[in-house]
Design a binder for this molecule. Structure first.
Ligand code: BGC
Ligand code: NOJ
Length: 817
């Protein structure tokens, strides 16, 4: 069942009824000011840091789930009837409802009692403010006398404190109302120097800034007493809960439409003004006024909207495809690319499932996210890599997380997730393949953010490999440390309480648990290093890294092989995890994907066997589950993985991040149909048709889909902020379509379904536009490549002479060799 439809032309998902299975979110802003917005106008905004600079208050784990946000009420004076054109929070049955979630814009429209209303929300490029553009039209043949109330509940900036420290924060709230603007200036009194403003293009008839005056102490947002009465009381907040409510009058002749613009903005005074202003306890409002003047004008709003569209056009136009499959087209051209940019901006911080106060940026997460956005924002990707590398430790290991505001490693979470450093290699190589910018390797980057410790980025990569080589266990496999990719497989972390995965106490008699997954990953990363060294002309390192891979490979294929598939690990007692000999957790997806991606077992049939086992034991109609059978009880020696009931999260769900590893692996074996079949099983656009089962947004990937052992199989959770976005983008574009950046040029080597006859793509690569036309001429995956009509002997297109704007590429797939 569907709750809307895709409008590919406008790049929107159009939700046609408000009662979706869950609140369906979108994001606003793509630079420093961000917001989350649900399809019924719930959500919040923040400047740079979702925890420390939050503008709008939002209460997680609420009932209803999504309450609080950017609400507008309309009230008809003649009858006293009031409603929200966004449905929430009043939830009056509307005559029509649509929410168009677009790329950085959300437009919610409805009609009720002969009044149509539309609210467009977006953040203009280059600004730290959000625009709510309300358009109200009188469809009646009599005049309408309406009142609008636009509301926001202010967060007292630090969202964590705001939600917990009431003995203090009921006393600190301060506002000021001047010349049609409500200023929220809590914290201004202290050393901080930021404030928020809320204003409107229409004159305020009245306002409220104290929540209880607006709502009433015992009312919710669904029935504010001021709206019921039709009048705000010009309250000024002194402590308690500051809000911004702007009441305006809308008297509309029959057929008349009126536009009112609301602005919510963030402002900082520059440091030099700080102390003087603070002494005076006043806000330097003059800084906000020019922006307010500009963005309360309809023409300015319209051109800011167009600018925003142009920005996204430019990003997306770097890679556009036409395949025979509408789902793949829609995901690659619009939604998957968009989700990759959102993960770039948010990492794992703020979503419907991440509160914005929990995690910083993950070392492993952000390095992988880069695969999905590096072609869109290469310069920003470069900076991101340098920031991440600076949190690497001198040992070559890495802090598991770092804080975006300070860019320092997070001590509370610490290090020793032993796969972490290897992701840096894959990420830096992806960046150089995309850009050819080998100079990045000479950038001096510190370790642990310590001044004086700077070394070239290349050395950081070398130390990452060294870190693994210095930490191998009894079978010669890499030690897993606190966990590898699977954060919850805590083989050395005997936690005192189930679920406390990050609490390390000493294992049995030392930490000897080993990871087959990291073994495979080391082979992959060492191959990458060897290729990189080759590109740099460093023969010695080519040999060294080839040897690293060659030494690890037989260890993986002996101790890491179970007979029908790759084992997952060895626990601290030396027993295999992910083996047919285990009672539960006999087979795991991660080593199958990682080892085959690393090229292990391609020649001796192991890869083929492993993937057959994946299909037999793990694949379901909703995607491929992470392990099977799921653990039915808690095991101290396995840790958090077994804290989840079978079928959920790391214990037997379809952990979508890992599925593309299998898609890629299938392409390595030449199985285009199988790879694309797996792609479609978890593809949001395909699953849109079963939205009542899937439940999360049909336009973006979720982290997990409940697995075959779960009572709610097929139900997705934790949408938006997941490494799934980047990896699916890589699987479909680089492996199934086969359009893959390499150090020496763009390679086109598709492994797509037999039934596909033709694919076209336009890809910007190192400032050259590649017009790619792929045609199937026969079965199989052998390719013949023509550049500007001339046949070339490799699938890698040589870089054209400098100054070339466009290259035409013809690829014939299934050519008889
Ligand atoms: C979740 C994991 C996550 C980890 C780190 C765990 O509770 O299940 O998916 O990686 O926390 O935040
Ligand atoms: C989510 C985490 O952000 C990611 O780093 C991890 O690999 C997966 N969960 C699996 O545990």
């Amino acid at each position: 069942m569907r709750y809307g439809y895709f409008d590919d032309k406008t790049r929107e998902y159009v939700i046609t009824r408000p009662d979706t299975p869950l609140p369906w979110f979108n994001y606003l802003g793509c630079e420093e000011y961000f917001g989350l917005i649900s399809h019924t106008a719930g959500g919040y905004s923040f400047y740079k840091d979702a925890r420390l600079r939050r503008l709008i208050r939002y209460r997680y784990n609420n009932a209803p789930m999504d309450i609080g946000g950017r609400y507008i009420y309309l009230r008809d004076k003649a009858t006293g009837t009031y409603w929200s054109p966004t449905w929430m929070p009043v939830r009056r049955q509307l005559d029509t409802f649509t929410c168009r979630h677009g790329i950085g814009t959300t437009t919610i429209a409805s009609t009720f009692v002969g009044i149509s209303a539309e609210v467009l929300y977006f953040v203009p490029m280059g600004q730290n403010l959000e625009i709510w553009r309300l358009r109200v039209k009188n469809l009646r043949d009599t005049p309408a006398n309406l009142m609008s109330f636009a509301s926001v509940e202010f967060c007292l900036w630090d969202a964590n404190d705001d939600a917990t420290n009431f003995q203090r924060n009921y006393n600190v709230g301060e506002v000021e109302v001047l010349d049609n603007v409500i200023y929220h200036k809590t914290e201004y009194r202290e050393r901080r120097n930021h404030f928020a403003y809320f204003t409107s293009s229409a004159p305020m008839k009245a306002f409220d800034t104290q929540r209880e005056n607006f709502l009433g102490v015992f009312n919710g947002w669904d029935s504010p007493q001021a709206v019921a009465k039709g009048a705000c009381s010009n309250s000024i907040a002194h402590g308690w809960a500051p809000v911004g409510v702007i009441q305006s009058e809308l008297i509309l002749a029959p057929g008349e439409e009126r536009e009112v613009i609301f602005l919510l903005g963030y402002m900082e005074n520059p440091n030099e003004e700080k102390f003087e202003d603070q002494a005076k306890q006043v806000i330097n409002k003059s800084r906000a006024l020019p922006l307010i003047k500009q963005f309360t004008q309809a023409g300015e709003v319209q051109s800011a909207l167009e600018n925003l569209h142009h920005y996204w056009d430019a990003l997306f136009s770097r890679f556009q495809v036409t395949t025979p499959d509408e789902h793949a087209n829609r995901m690659i051209n619009i939604w998957n690319a968009y989700q990759c940019m959102v993960t770039f901006n948010m990492s794992r911080s703020a979503s419907g499932f991440e509160t914005g106060i929990g995690r910083g940026m993950g070392f492993r997460d952000s390095t992988q996210d880069l695969f999905g956005f590096v072609h869109m924002v290469p310069e920003r990707a470069r900076q991101r890599l340098l920031d991440i590398a600076a949190t690497q430790l001198e040992t070559g290991g890495a802090y598991h997380q770092y804080q975006p505001l300070t860019k320092r490693g997070n001590d509370a979470v610490g290090s020793n997730f032993n796969d972490d450093p290897l992701w840096l290699i894959l990420s830096v190589c992806a960046y150089i393949k995309e850009t050819g910018d080998r100079g990045v390797l000479d950038e001096l980057v510190s370790y642990d953010s310590k001044p004086g410790s700077e070394q070239p980025l290349y050395e950081h990569l070398q130390r990452a490999i060294q870190y693994i080589l210095e930490r191998t266990g009894p079978h010669g496999l890499p030690l897993i440390g606190r966990a590898d990719w699977n954060d919850c497989l805590n083989l050395n972390c005997f936690s005192s309480e189930p679920g406390e995965s990050f609490q390390t106490t000493t294992g049995k008699d030392g930490k000897v648990a080993e990871s087959v997954f990291i073994g495979g990953m080391l082979v992959l990363a060492a191959h990458e290093m060897a290729e990189l060294a080759d590109y740099l002309g460093n023969k010695k390192d080519v040999d060294f890294y080839n040897k690293v891979a060659a030494d690890m490979e037989p260890i993986v294929t002996s101790h890491g092989w179970d007979g029908e598939w790759f084992r997952r690990a060895y626990d601290d007692y030396g027993n295999p995890v992910g083996s047919a000999t285990c009672k539960e957790g006999q087979i795991f997806i991660e080593p199958q994907g990682m080892c085959v991606m690393a090229g292990i077992g391609l020649k001796d049939g192991k890869a083929e066997k492993a993937l057959q086992s994946v299909e037999k034991r793990l694949a379901t109609e909703h995607g491929i589950v992470v392990n099977n059978p799921g653990y039915t009880q808690y095991y101290l020696h396995l840790g958090e993985i077994s804290s989840y009931p079978p079928g959920y999260k790391e214990n037997g769900s379809v952990f979508c991040h890992t599925n593309p590893w299998i898609m890629i692996s299938e392409t390595k074996l030449g199985h285009g149909d199988k790879a694309f079949d797996y792609y479609k099983r978890i593809c949001p656009s395909v699953r849109e048709a079963i939205s009542e089962v899937h439940r999360t947004e049909p336009y973006v990937y979720a982290q997990t889909i409940a697995g075959k052992e779960a009572p709610t199989k097929g139900e997705a959770k934790n949408s938006w902020l997941t490494g799934t976005a980047a990896w699916n983008f890589v699987a479909i574009t680089q492996y199934i379509l086969g359009i893959r950046p390499t150090f020496t040029g763009l390679s086109v080597q598709p492994v797509f379904p037999e039934s596909w006859k033709e694919v076209t793509a336009s890809r910007l690569f190192r400032d050259v536009k590649y017009d790619i036309h792929i045609q199937r001429v026969g079965p199989g995956n052998a390719v013949e490549t023509f550049v500007e009509g001339r046949k070339i002997e490799t699938p890698v297109i040589p870089l054209p002479p400098p100054g070339t704007a466009c290259v035409k590429v013809e690829v014939k797939v299934g050519s008889p060799k």
